[in-house]
Ligand binder design. Sequence first.
Ligand code: ARG
Ligand code: GLU
Length: 688
Amino acid sequence: MKRILIALLAVLMMAPAWADEGMWLPVLIGQRIKDMRAKGFKLKAEDVYSVNKACLKDAVVLFGSGCTGELVSGEGLLFTNHHCGYSQIQRHSSVEHDYLKDGFWAMSRDQELPNRGLTVSFLEYMQDVTDAVLKGYSEGMTERQRDSVIKVNSQGLVAEAVKEGKGLRANVEALFYGNQYFLFVFRTFRDVRLVGAPPSSIGKFGGDTDNWMWPRHTGDFSIFRIYADKDNNPADYSEDNVPYQPKKFFKISRKGVKEGDFTFVYGCPGSTKEYVTSDEVEYTGNVSDPKKIALRTKRLDIMKKYMAQSQAVRIQYSSKAANVSNAWKKWQGEEKGIRRMKTVDKKKEYQERFKQWAKGTRYDGLVERLEALYAKRNPYFLAYEYYNETVRSIELLQIASGMLNVLKNKKAKDAAVEAFFKDYYQPIDEEIFVAMMKAFDDEMPDEFKPDYFKQMLKQYGSVEAWRKDLFSKSMFTDKEKVLALTKEDSEQIKKDPAYVLYEAFYQWYFKELRPVINDVNSQIRLAYRDYMKGQMEFEPQKQFYPDANLTLRIAYGNVKGYSPADGIYYSPVSTLKGIIEKDNPDIFDYNIPQTLRDIYAEGGHDAQPVCFLATNHTTGGNSGSPVINADGNLVGINFDRVWEGTMSDIVYDPSVCRNISLDIRYLLFNIEHIGHAAYLFDEMVFAD
Ligand code: ARG
Ligand code: GLU
């Protein structure tokens, strides 16, 4: 017994369970600041989050709909990632001005490029509104009644919070599966202009080959500026707008980082599920990830085959392939990580202890209930995931199904059609059609195949024959025909075989899958509300952080290397020397601009830092987040994680979970040597 106790104690002491894990709510910084300071942070709680005085939170924005950005000057200058500004850079690019390829640098304010639809949002404040949201709710109400109480109360809170107007918007978010509710109030700016971006051969250096990997050498940044009206309030784009004067902006540190240094990422992580049961993890790691990976491998292989044969096709499909491959690669790391961590077994073992503890309490039977709900949901959910990854990945069906929506507006329609065909290569689409439909046929159980699908296979005898007929009869392979469509043609569109196919699958999803999935999911959410509360009571000493939901969070840790496999150790800093080592004009992902080669050849730049690793707990949405040092100054921009650690959305492993950041000094290097835009330094403040 004593031996067991000692062993247990040793384990408890050895495993700093909460070291570096966690995405904490800024408003609760008071609970973290002691630990942060113990780890090296020098600022005070109110320097990080305060409603009454300007603080670091006022220099962080939600950029677009899924990235983070940070203010770096008193005149609205903002940094984010290249991959976050990618679609804006692309939209301004043409054959004459290929800003993606060559980079873009405004040499004066009037050259900055406006971006319709792009917004950035500052968090004004966040507030626990649990009591107000649940006012009028009583135990025993149905879930439906509870939802409507919440809805009405939330609407009231939101209306009150935004009544000043001036770009305010607000929403009430459930945290901990609805055990807590928070009001988030933002100010959203709508005139955000592109200031600078490096050529893709720097901003995307390493491409998909290096994505999610270390050693990394990507100059993943772009620069924007926020504009406001003359009173410093949000406004639509206007020539009369002036640079926004933020309450706070980051000073830039040129001191750099070294192993062990404190780092703090302030940003908007999108989604995690740290408190789920073994069933959810098992589904993700053993079913969903491997199946989706296999389907995407097929698609990527087809794209790559044709991309290797033709430069034109490579250009057409590089962005599409990058999108497909991003999650594909992440899932591979996640699946392996879950297995390596034995997360399913560990969760099962935890659940057993929870069950014992829960006997006779209101939490009794919860784990079993979730198990039953997952058993019911999973086959339907898998069918839905197959539908997404197969039918919905076929480009012909995408254009056919989207046509009715744009038909009324000829200009918008023609632009969409031009954009589609500019990047459409039919042989790829046909081959993907065959591969995906075959996979659907082979891998879906019969009861999860739409009748239409079975009928078609019977009628044609093979997917091949079906493909031939579909692609020769559909008008959507013919750009001229699609351009000629007018608003009178909706009936004709509805008869097109591509449209019919898409619609048949959609109706099947809508009628057969969606109702079951929605119903079970709402029961699952409800069960998790209790299970979450139960876990908090079961482990009263543990510090829980709410799952990510694209609201502002704090993650802190330190600069640190890791060992990805036996016999290998990765040191945490990469340099320009490594870019030159990878440089190869014959490999697209590693072909750097000649200017960079020339600068390097001048000598003296070997040690120019490029990227670094740290232990901050981040996820998708944290791209573009400021990486802050112990003094509160900007040392980097977060842009990725290492793939051995991507299971951190479910389970965090301090030994391999690392975020990857751009060293701010490489950004400065690019402004100076690649963009020749050193005038931008004048408005920045350098701390050291
Ligand atoms: N892995 C990073 C993220 O999840 C970067 C993605 C963009 N880069 C790429 N090569 N696809 O967003
Ligand atoms: N690249 C990701 C993003 O766009 C961050 C990588 C991750 O941590 O998932 O947010």
